[in-house]
Design a protein around this ligand. Sequence first.
Ligand code: LMR
Length: 395
Amino acid sequence: MLDKLERLPADSILGLAAIAKADANPNKVDLTVGVYMNEDGVCPVFKAVKMAQAALQQEEVSKSYLPPAGVDAFNDGMQQLLFGAGHPALRDGRVSSVQAPGGCGALRIGAEIIFAAAPTAKVWVSDPTWPVHLPLLGSVGLEFETYRYYEPVSHGVNFDGMVEDLKRAQTGDVVLLHGCCHNPCGADLSLEQWGVVADMAEAQGFVPFVDIAYQGLGDGLEEDAAGLRLLAERVPEMIIAASCSKNMGLYRERTGAVMFVCQNRANAEALVSQALVAARRVYSMPPAHGALIAGRILSDQALDEIWRTELMDMCGRMNGLRTGLREKLEAASSRDFAFIEKEKGMFSFLGLSTKQAIRLREEYSVYMLDSSRINVAGVNARNIDYLAQSVASVL
Ligand code: LMR
């Protein structure tokens, strides 16, 4: 039976990261997977995380299972972080959440819930979107429609195209939106544009599903959640998948949450029971370590402040790298790279062809995705000149 199964191609992101890792060229530049790297090319552990971890280690008395919904301090802290204290949806008890194994686990539970509620619902995804959205949501049985999003000439959002396409979304369809720091293109909606999406959701009855994996890496924790908060004030129902992989650097700890904004408190509670049944059939209960750390940080004022400062520094460094990269690329190529500075978060499309991206990989050991998506955080003072020269030479 098993011998019928063939070897599959490696994942388009993780497979390339493995090839980059194995490259022995001392000048190699790895801009593949979306992981924050510091100036030394290391993905660091946040100081606040180390402190929370040390305290937890002292206190730990058991490795028994977590309750199925996860760590209370984490779920409460994440709601406050996403919605902001005093948000009307929180105040009215319309929000519920369940801890999940990373943003991926949250997306998967969200998909299970959608399928349970409306198996024929279409999920509208942006063109382009993070490639893993499709298997994560699609393997539940949901089908997709695509809406226009990125406009390669301006390197911005084709909002007119997006609106025109979403006019076809039906009542009960789901529209998947990137909460901030769009992956892969870095082009985000303005608050005014979020307002238009809210108008459309209200008028047409589609349900927004917001994937927010990069809160705090664009303009700041509050600013990056502004679109999501606006939607949650306006629409009767919404699903959210949140992650602490990037903003707390808890990647391998698989720390995420799925949230439901419902029409009333009873419905929000019902959704928890639905999510727990879905989780039980997929992975039973969530992992503890990351959520205990995150819950501790979010519920301890001193740790929370340390974490926020570290995150702000990280975000500031990435924005500085965007400026630096723009300047170096423009100097090396005499072309306009101003768009890099306007985008948000970790990613940018450099606007190269697949052929050029492959040439960079093969001839210069400069690794980016075939789409020319780069992880801006992989740039540093040591590799920025080599990167700019290499890109200029394939243009
Ligand atoms: C990425 O897009 O590189 C990250 O979100 C990591 C992943 O799992 O693909």
